[in-house]
Design a binder for this molecule. Structure first.
Ligand code: ATP
Length: 300
């Protein structure tokens, strides 16, 4: 049976603003509520409410939207140890039998600690990126399917539902293709909380641009003519990762304005006062295009 256990505490001085995640406040609050409630609620009350630990979550949505960022921050907030990170294709590329062994190893530390310390065990977070990769072949029976995916999924299921249920794990699966995820994995008691992490809206983009230009600003190299609200409007359909790319590109445009024509190896003395300006961001906007931009614009 699953036992309620206050086996970890939230870092008391953790603030959402400090996490470096832009535009995902409501998603984060869902994750927070589901991942944390059972871990901080007094055991007596947990029993009255029937609250049990959530041991698995699925974060899904387009690439580069901050799924990995959120998963890592959850770990920090829950005072968990450094998460174990694995990705689907990596698991499958191993020899027969090795895939199952990889999964077994992922859970081994948590199992050991639960055996030794019971409810006093710390929380173990496992981040499973590109989870769809191990699901594709399950039950397909088609030629070419190696069946390795099947056994990986089965192994995961058995770890999640095991006889000795683990209360000290949080498995966070991630995918760009929720439709590819084996339904058995998504049921209650398994990866039961599903949170969509979508492309940021204008408000979210402004937050992300602020986060990624903050270093420049602190270092005094961001020109005041850069208008974050304007950039947020101009970056429709950009993911967080693409915004990060845009800022880097703008930095390189600013630098190249100070280099001698025809050579990047020589720069002039004005380099000491260099600033990243609005025009650099406009140059970057010509260079960095959102992956999903075109299709979504056509739909709109
Ligand atoms: P994938 O599906 O490709 O694994 P992901 O959703 O896990 O992508 P991340 O790895 O979390 O994406 O994001 C990549 C990088 O993009 C981050 O390290 C960060 O620099 C930037 N980024 C993405 N989303 C955000 C966000 N919401 N706020 C701030 N930065 C972000």
């Amino acid at each position: 049976a699953r036992r309620p256990a206050a086996n970890s505490i939230i870092q008391p001085d953790f603030k959402f603003e400090d996490m470096g995640i832009g535009g995902l406040d409501s998603e984060f609050s869902v994750i927070f509520r589901r991942a944390f409630t059972s871990r901080i609620i007094p055991p007596g009350l947990a029993e009255k409410l029937g609250v049990q630990h959530v041991r698995g979550m699925l974060l899904y949505g387009p690439p580069g939207t901050g799924k990995t960022l959120i998963a890592r921050q959850i770990g920090k907030m829950l005072n968990a140890r450094e998460p174990k990170v694995i990705n689907g294709p990596e698991v499958l590329n191993k020899y027969v039998g090795q895939s199952e062994e990889n999964i077994r190893k992922l859970f081994a530390d948590a199992e050991k600690e639960q055996k030794e310390k019971g409810d006093e065990s710390g929380l173990h977070i496992i981040i499973f990126d590109e989870l769809d990769a191990v699901c594709k072949q399950r039950g397909s029976g088609s030629s070419g399917g190696t069946g390795v995916g099947d056994s990986v999924v089965n192994q995961l299921l058995s770890k999640l539902d095991g006889v000795e249920q683990l209360n000290n794990i949080l498995l966070i699966g991630m995918t760009n293709r929720k439709d590819m995820i084996d339904e058995a994995l998504l049921r209650s008691g398994r990866l039961e909380v599903h949170v969509e992490i979508s492309l940021p809206d204008e408000h979210g983009r402004a937050q992300i641009i602020k986060i990624h230009t903050n270093k420049m600003k602190e270092n005094g190299v961001l020109d005041p003519d850069v208008d974050i609200a304007e950039l947020a409007r101009l970056t429709k359909n950009f993911s967080g990762a693409e915004i990060n790319g845009l800022v880097k590109s703008a930095g390189s445009f600013a630098f190249s304005r100070h280099t001698k024509v025809g050579t990047m190896a020589q720069y002039d003395d004005s380099i000491v006062d260099m600033k990243v300006k609005r025009e650099d961001f406009l140059g970057a906007l010509d260079e960095v295009k959102p992956l999903f931009g075109v299709a979504e614009d056509e739909l709109a």
